[in-house]
Ligand binder design. Structure first.
Ligand code: ACO
Length: 325
């Protein structure tokens, strides 16, 4: 039986030039490199320059992904951009990216699931491609969280950074087996009862301001590992795979302790875990494609490898995807 699968043709990423280290933060607020590293694993993060918008980061990442895939921008008929930090309330940042790439056909839209955004966007594009509505998609995660941080709140401002990553997906006929290339399964969840644990205290409808990120860190931590591992078990069950079969685990990069605890609970060997949180901080929807970019560029992720993605974020939202590279 043949099926359509969304196969990854290439990936790319972009980080703003400016690096903000823990030491520099410790000169501005009451914190220390030791505290941040021990609680989160973060050593530095990148910060977008004045006038550098989410769309600019996304366009750079998209161009890198198109070059890596060896395909022309004009062959893209769908752009799904995951972000919680759009250039404007509307139109979607995705249409600025579409225009920046010189594409004037097909569809482009934003998707908002906070830190789970890339997994939600990948699943959305995958469904469109497998359904035959589009042939080739750019799935992008792009964020400028530095713009919604309260830089006087040491409980949150040390955690986040800016960046963007993208993958090119193409609908290809495959055999329908778990040895196929492409997105093999995805599982998405949300539960709005937790919405006040991680949110932004502004918005067009409520305050007519952009607002700042607010988080009950301990509450997020308490739920994260259970939610992440549940949705990964769903991915294993749906495909008849186990932790043993995974070549690379590419989690959302929020906090090294959450990542380590999730991998440990699932019996995923530490050497299979791709970690970038030390260099990138938490870049929300951009963190998974940024990590994919690093592990593909340094030769770890190769064609045929089984790659497990997961994320959890504000809402709460959470999700997983299994991709044969
Ligand atoms: N530097 C120094 N001290 C700090 C800092 C800081 N940057 N931030 C908080 N503290 C202090 C607090 O004020 C508190 O001091 P007190 O005991 O005198 O009151 C103490 O450290 C402990 O504070 P907690 O918030 O309880 O610290 P905790 O051990 O929970 O660590 C952290 C905080 C790192 C945010 C942790 O809760 C966490 O990792 N939570 C997960 C949330 C997360 O990763 N969110 C990312 C977004 S969501 C997502 O992407 C999944």
């Amino acid at each position: 039986m043949t099926v359509l699968r969304s196969v990854v043709l290439g990936c790319g990423s972009y980080l703003p030039e400016r690096i903000l280290t823990n030491a520099e933060l410790a000169r501005r607020i009451d914190t220390s490199d030791e505290w941040i590293v021990q609680r989160t694993g973060i050593r530095q993060r990148h910060i977008a320059a004045d006038g550098e918008f989410t769309s600019h980061l996304a366009i750079n990442a998209a161009r890198a992904a198109l070059a890596h895939a060896g395909v022309d921008a004009q062959s893209i008929d769908l752009i799904v951009l995951a972000t919680s930090t759009p250039d404007n309330t509307f139109p979607a940042t995705a249409v600025a990216v579409q225009n920046g790439l010189g594409i004037h056909h097909g569809a482009a839209f934003d998707l908002q699931a906070v830190c789970s955004g890339f997994v939600f966007a990948l699943a959305t594009a995958d469904n469109f491609l497998r359904g035959g509505a589009f042939k080739r998609a750019l799935v992008i995660g792009a964020e400028t969280f530095s713009r919604i941080l309260d830089w006087n709140d040491r409980g949150t401002c040390v955690l986040f950074g800016d960046g963007a990553g993208a993958v090119v997906l193409e609908a290809q006929t495959q055999s329908g087996k778990s040895s196929d290339r492409g997105v093999l399964t995805s599982h998405l969840r949300s539960d709005g009862r937790h919405k006040s644990k991680l949110y932004v205290d502004g918005g067009p409808s409520s305050t007519q301001t952009v607002g700042h990120l607010r988080m009950e860190g301990r509450e997020v931590f308490k739920h994260a590992v259970g939610m992440i591992t549940d949705v990964i078990v769903d991915a294993f069950d749906a495909t008849g795979t186990t932790a043993e079969d995974i070549d690379w685990f590419v989690p959302h990069q929020a906090n090294k302790r959450i990542i380590d605890a999730s991998a440990h609970k699932l019996h995923i060997a530490p050497q299979k875990v791709v970690l970038t949180v030390d260099r990138h901080g938490n870049t929300s929807a951009a963190s998974i494609p940024l990590a994919l970019g690093v592990a593909v560029a340094d030769g770890r992720i190769k064609q045929g490898d089984l790659v497990l993605l997961e994320a959890m974020g504000g809402g709460f939202t959470w999700g997983s995807a299994l991709v044969r590279w």
